[in-house]
Design a protein around this ligand. Structure first.
Ligand SMILES: Cc1ncc(COP(=O)(O)O)c(C=O)c1O
Length: 369
């Protein structure tokens, strides 16, 4: 048995000396926050890495999403997916709009574009799809629908850092995309997040939003909040960016190893690579068919915990089923999402996880059948 418990993720840390070296100039400038030199350098470096025209940085991904919704003037109803982290839905509610839940596809768990039009009403102002696990939404079809109905499209790309399709960064889709740079993500700034977009004018709006709506130094021209990324976070981002390609390659190798053990087992569904897409291997979701596999997702979750391995039920429950909504959104409205939420388990995956541990995790998954 491994001496250390294995969790679903473990934050990446670069060599300490590299981070310390990156911090040294902060001691010279005393510039700790407020869009300092690190913030500016990271903004430029991320625009380059993500191949997007504009990047705006925030204290976390959630506030970045709220900034996008509020700055684009989203009101009324927002069509979104319930198969996501709490943040997506709460950003809509916190911004004063109502989430309208669209079901997902059974193979990649993203919003099913063919269902969107049936949910549009005269109150709909935006579509908020999620590239869940880094799986790409059908952005071309979603844009077509949005254009036909005059809707904004804001992507939750929290999981999709570094994903490209035919060489184009996913942050180029829609009006705005949000990336999370939380410690557990493929790329991180400890806490942090970013918006990517093409419309240059939004830059100033987002900068004001994260500093109490201040366009200058004294007056507030809008209602915003405090959502600034610190220079320490930005410095961590600058260092981590040097390691990102190696990180993604390590995740790819581990994913291939999981697939070797599990992909052809009856009753288990693992994702696969799609030609033309550069995946980031952000998560390792496995969907169980208990009849065919012989054990349920929750049986396997327990077996793993008995071995000090902590997989997670991402994403269960659906955000539409949170107790705070008190039954307002019946799960039957999104039957595919409800079925996946009941059967999905996300297995440990992070750069630095030994391949031998992947072998052991897979042994435990398969042992009880
Ligand atoms: C799908 C999704 N959306 C939004 C967020 C919010 O990001 P953050 O934790 O940076 O606020 C997260 C992550 O935690 C997420 O997984």
């Amino acid at each position: 048995m491994s001496p250390e418990p294995i969790h679903v993720v473990r934050p990446f840390l670069p060599p300490l000396a590299e981070y310390v070296q990156e911090l040294e100039s902060i001691w010279e400038t005393h510039h700790l926050t407020h869009s300092g030199p690190k913030h500016q350098a990271l903004t430029a470096a991320l625009a380059d890495y993500l191949s997007v025209p504009q990047v705006s940085l925030f204290a976390n991904g959630h506030l970045a999403l709220e900034a996008a919704l509020q700055t684009l003037g989203v009101t009324g109803e927002v069509i979104t997916t319930p198969f996501t982290f709490a943040s997506t839905t709460q950003a809509i509610v916190h911004s004063g709009a109502t989430p309208v839940f669209c079901d997902i596809t059974a193979d990649s768990y993203v919003m099913d574009p063919e269902l969107i039009e049936s949910l549009i009403t005269d109150r709909t102002s935006a579509i908020l799809p999620v590239h869940v696990y880094g799986n790409l939404c059908d952005h071309a079809r979603i844009q077509e629908i949005a254009d036909a109905h005059g809707l904004k499209v804001i992507y939750d790309a929290a999981h999709a850092f570094g994903v490209t399709k035919d060489g184009i960064g996913v942050g180029s889709y829609g009006d705005v995309s949000m990336f999370s740079f939380h410690a557990t993500k493929v790329f991180h700034t400890i806490e942090g997040g970013g918006l990517t977009f093409a419309d240059e004018r939004l830059s100033q709006e987002f900068a004001a939003w994260r500093q109490f709506g201040q366009y200058g130094k004294e007056d507030s021209g809008a209602i915003g909040t405090n959502a600034k990324l610190t220079e320490f976070g930005a410095a961590m981002g600058l260092v981590n960016l040097r390691h990102i390609d190696a990180t993604i390659e390590a995740r790819r190798q581990l994913t291939l190893r999981y697939r070797e053990h599990l992909a052809s087992v009856p009753g288990l569904s693992l994702g696969e690579d799609i030609p033309g897409i550069r995946h980031n291997y952000a998560y390792l979701p496995v969907v169980f068919d208990p009849e065919e596999f012989g054990r349920s997702r929750d049986d396997v979750l327990r077996d793993l915990a008995d071995n000090d391995i902590y997989a997670r039920r991402y994403f269960h429950p659906l955000t539409s089923q949170f107790s705070v909504f008190e039954g307002r959104f019946p799960a039957e409205q999104t039957p595919v999402a409800a079925g996946i939420a009941d059967r999905v388990l996300t297995l440990p995956l992070y750069a630095g996880l030994p391949a031998s541990e992947v072998d052991r995790i897979c042994e435990v998954v398969l042992a009880g059948r």
